[in-house]
Design a protein around this ligand. Structure first.
Ligand code: HEM
Length: 404
């Protein structure tokens, strides 16, 4: 590999990099080396908005097929070659298989479908906010984590008495989603989570309900029903993909409301701005900081040759601060920004987030509930950022509500 004029000690797969000041490095990369070969990570780091958009819209040349960890482990335990297992999550599929799955499953998560779920989502959010204590509490434990997990547990069709179990599994499920599952995580999945879901699936086959588990047992992909392992995989993937990510968006909202008092005032004075605040938080905070692709053929980009087989990191966090796209105010949090919705926080193109409409609605409904009862949220204790190279969030965020 040729050496590049710009060198950085940053390791883009290391949580330490993201705990530091990644935006400063990204800014420099965008300026001098927007298509950067990180020798230490052995991957290309792409930092410009337009480049990430183009790559995401080109699944023939930039592919997502990697074996999801869950399936890898299942296959190994069965003594099979994971490459032949043939059951990967939708994130790791490529066209044409990917299109078929998106058409079938994505159809149940469109903005129109999610609008029909509003009452169910609102009820969960309202109950969580109703139960908040008066003094200082951990916003992660009491709000950011339970809201998405309970919402999705409710939509999947998990009985309410079991929601706390599912929230307890959230970290494990998130590890599966991010590909970081340990042996202990997998043991929990096999001994508790999978049998629990499979039992509910069997019940749905007997007595269909208006929920996602029923949908997964009846949906046809290219005319074929999903098999048992696919149903389980989808249930876990949707839970995994939607939990830590939405937790991060909600944590980011609290962070921004605390940090930018003028913006808090604008939002709490006029709650019709909740949608704009969610989009600007998606841009400014960027819950999922990056995703990866693999080049299928040699591709020329900004004078560099990305070779077939090379890994490519799409740095969404950088695209969302790209001055060329957002202008001189790129680093400011501004809920009146007109085009914040064009951020890349949910990805773009072929793999655009299937849960975007649901996550947006959850966050908006949460703002509604907070605005109704409070004048804002204050971070009143020592917050702890999560050590992660993928998700931008807090492990601990002590807050106090400024009650009306
Ligand atoms: C704020 C919350 C969320 C964020 C920031 C987020 C972020 C993302 C991103 C960046 C991608 C693109 C992956 C890529 O380009 O390779 C993605 C894909 C996906 N997300 Fe989300 N997500 C969120 C919530 C959800 C929820 C609630 C669900 C499920 C109900 C969900 C399900 C999915 C699925 C299934 C995919 C794969 C789509 C595909 O490969 O075609 N996400 N998400």
């Amino acid at each position: 590999m040729t050496t590049t004029p710009f060198e950085t000690a940053a390791r883009f797969d290391s949580p330490d990099f993201y705990l530091g000041d990644p935006n400063a490095t990204f800014k420099e990369l965008r300026r001098v080396e927007p298509v950067y070969w990180s020798a230490a990570d052995e991957m290309w780091v792409i930092t410009k908005y337009d480049d990430i958009k183009a790559i995401s819209s080109d699944p023939e040349r930039f592919r997502s097929e990697r074996i999801a960890v869950l399936m890898d482990v299942i296959a190994k335990r069965k003594g099979e070659d994971p490459q032949n297992y043939g059951n990967r999550g939708v994130m790791f599929m490529d066209p044409p298989e990917h299109r078929s799955h998106r058409r079938a499953i994505g159809a149940h998560l469109t903005p129109g479908e999610v609008a029909k779920m509003e009452d169910r989502v609102r009820e969960v959010v309202k109950n969580v906010v109703d139960g908040l204590p008066d003094g200082e509490f951990d916003f992660i434990e009491h709000v950011a984590e339970p809201v998405p997990v309970q919402v999705f547990a409710q939509l999947l069709g998990i009985p309410e008495k079991d929601w706390s179990r599912v929230v307890g599994w959230a970290t494990t499920i998130a590890h599966v989603g991010s590909g970081a599952a340990s042996d202990d995580d997998m043991t929990l999945i096999y001994s508790e989570v999978a049998p629990f879901i499979m039992e509910l699936v069997a019940e749905r086959r007997e007595a269909p309900q208006n929920d996602f588990l029923t949908m997964l047992t009846t949906v046809l992909v290219d005319g074929q029903p999903l098999d048992e392992v696919q149903v389980l995989t989808y249930a876990l993937i949707l839970l995994a993909a939607g939990s830590e990510t939405t937790q991060s968006l909600i944590a980011g909202l609290a962070h921004c409301i605390d940090e930018f008092d003028d913006q808090r005032q604008l939002l709490f004075d006029d709650p019709s701005r909740s949608g704009d605040a969610v989009e600007e938080t998606m841009r400014f905070w960027t819950p999922v900081m990056s995703m990866a692709r693999q080049a299928a053929v040699d591709v020329e980009l900004r004078g560099k040759t990305i070779k077939a087989g090379d890994a490519v990191l799409l740095a969404y966090a950088s695209a969302n601060r790209d001055e060329e796209r957002w202008g001189p105010t790129a680093d400011e949090f501004d809920i009146t920004r007109r085009d914040a919705r064009t951020h890349l926080g949910f990805g773009i193109g072929e793999h655009f987030c299937m849960g975007a409409a649901l996550a947006r609605r959850e966050a908006r409904l949460l703002i509604d509930e907070l605005v109704e009862r409070t004048n804002g949220i204050r971070i009143t204790g020592e917050a702890q950022l999560r050590a992660s190279a993928l998700v931008h969030t807090y492990d601990r965020l002590p807050v106090t509500l400024d009650r009306r």
